[in-house]
Design a protein around this ligand. Sequence first.
Ligand SMILES: *[C@@H]1O[C@H](CO)[C@@H](O)[C@H](O)[C@H]1NC(C)=O
Length: 190
Amino acid sequence: MSPFYCCLAAVLSLASASPAAASISVSAAAEPPANSLLPAEQFLRAHNEARAAVGVPPLAWNATIALDAQRYAGELRASCEARPVWAWGTDGLYGRNLYRGSGPRVRAGADASARWAEGARWYDRDGDSCAAPPGRCCGEYTQMVWRATTQIGCARRLCRCLGDTCPLVLDTVAVCEYYPPGNIAGQRPY
Ligand SMILES: *[C@@H]1O[C@H](CO)[C@@H](O)[C@H](O)[C@H]1NC(C)=O
């Protein structure tokens, strides 16, 4: 199996549940209070920290890509799941990482990026292999640190979790898009 294979289960699985979220009703829900860092800065900083850790140059934010990511996040909002949107216009042009977390995360940019960066634990660069546990993968991480990728745009949205397994609360979905796309078969990230 390719180390870049990103199991859908990974992006579908919830980040650690936020106990606080259960008490937040939809009617009371509003956009969380402003964090000290804007979401864009959270995404960008976390990515560039992961890249610096392996000696890869930082990414730049691109407003055009971010606009596409915003539209994409709008689609994720409808399903409230980190499930790829079918036949999206920029498929192939951009790489893409998806996230869903429980609760209206104030730090969605940082939380989503931290979730993806966990792949660093399992990725072995020497062997270009991935020893992720079931349900997890390295592909989100390898896209984050893909050397040839130079630009990103990301977005996050609140969504209503309506499934049997979750109370009627607001959750968070997020997406980052990467240009040029990484995870090219036969190449190493860095
Ligand atoms: C941002 O991305 C778009 C679409 O990929 C590209 O056409 C544009 O040149 C980029 N902007 C900059 C400043 O690089």
